[in-house]
Design a binder for this molecule. Sequence first.
Ligand code: HEM
Length: 460
Amino acid sequence: MPELVIPDRKYMGTPATAPGPSGPQMLPAFAAIRRDPLQYLNHIWQTYGDVAQFPIPRPPSYLVSHPDAVKRVLVDRPREYSKETIQYKALSLVTGSGLLTALDPPWKEHRLMLQPAFHPRQLEPLVQQVESGVQRLLAQWSDLPDGALVDIEQAMLRVALETVGHALFTEDLSGDAAELTSATLDALEVVVARARVPITPPAWMPTPANRRLRRANTTLDAAVSRLVAARREGQSSSTPDVLDLLIAARNSDGQPLTEREIRDEIVTFIVAGHETVAAALTWSWALLAAHPQIQDQLHDEVSAAVTADALSLDQLSDLPFTRACVDEALRLYPPAWLITRKALSDDELAGAQIPAGALIIMSPWLVHRHPDFWSEPDSFIPSRFIDGSITRHAFIPFGNGLRLCIGRDFAYAEAIAVVARLATRFQLRYPEGKIIPDVNPSVTMRPIGGLHLQVSARGE
Ligand code: HEM
């Protein structure tokens, strides 16, 4: 990167402490940001380097892209950087004070209470559940003519929703779980649409979007109430699911979670654990279909390691290349492409003075392509995750430090199981003339126009 001189600028009394675009340059950029925020961030990084400042006075806002500086924020000084940011405030309109958006307190206490739900022993039933979801998909695909075009993104969204739904509620026959899930996704859509418009009416104004959000939240509250009441009346599932664990959880004073707290955690898990995993799976296939030799290598690994009819948790650790393919997809298309924090005290990041109150914007998409840490950063090379050459803190698809994703092992188990199962039986490729779709960065990274691949059965 070229050496950059920090211009002598001030934004309404806030001095510039890092290079970045000027106010007049920023105005015409708003349309570009709305159209493709990721490309814009990439442009800012390429032009101004590892710490860039936007011409915004309140709060002073920085794009931080150097892995060492990101590590300082997330791992070395997590208590000096809070989640009190615009991004998380918007999300909390749906998730309330669930784990993802919670400030500390009460975050730490809740994390300790919820950790048992993500213990490795919970993963075995998860793999069994994934297995039955994938078997349904395999049966559908087996009925298709050779080379049929399949909407892979929708298929992966369905598998991911079934899996997270099952982990939360096992089999809920009342339909409340289904209602709760669809209301959560509805509310999320409103919040995402709001974030795309620079000026949004306050939440109390009766605009159509706000009314839709309120309706979805009312449905959510009622469905959670009924689900919790039914469980308290003894309709427990055979193996404890996340809802059972939330109802049984006690804080350090021996107090159970309130109904509101249970609602917020359930909604958080649906928001955090559905589209993210589906995106990881979709982009894994988008990349594997573009690299048939790598797809064949993955197929060979799975065929050699998995002989039993049903996949088990143990077998997943015998699939290092499959995991490497998922990792490489997470590197190139990190579903959570934006992580933000608010600086609580003055600091220095990659040589730039950061004032208390500043907004720190970090994008795993950029960190994962930093040329000092990744060779051929834009290429799909899964083997880099096997030969031990990666620098751990330059790979942050699940965040890092104290607020590392609680669902990371859950996501890996699910993604590896789905990719492995589908790869043993089918080959996926692009129709003639089609290539990897462009990306639409929303809550997660979605392929523009979806992902439609041709599916052919592999010979036994
Ligand atoms: C490929 C899939 C996934 C990706 C890429 C992903 C990504 C992330 C990232 C980047 C964070 C940290 C955000 C930050 O520091 O600001 C996070 C946190 C979190 N994730 Fe995930 N996630 C995935 C799957 C899941 C699943 C399956 C669940 C639950 C079922 C989940 C639940 C959470 C929760 C509750 C947090 C907040 C943790 C805390 O602050 O204590 N995630 N995730």
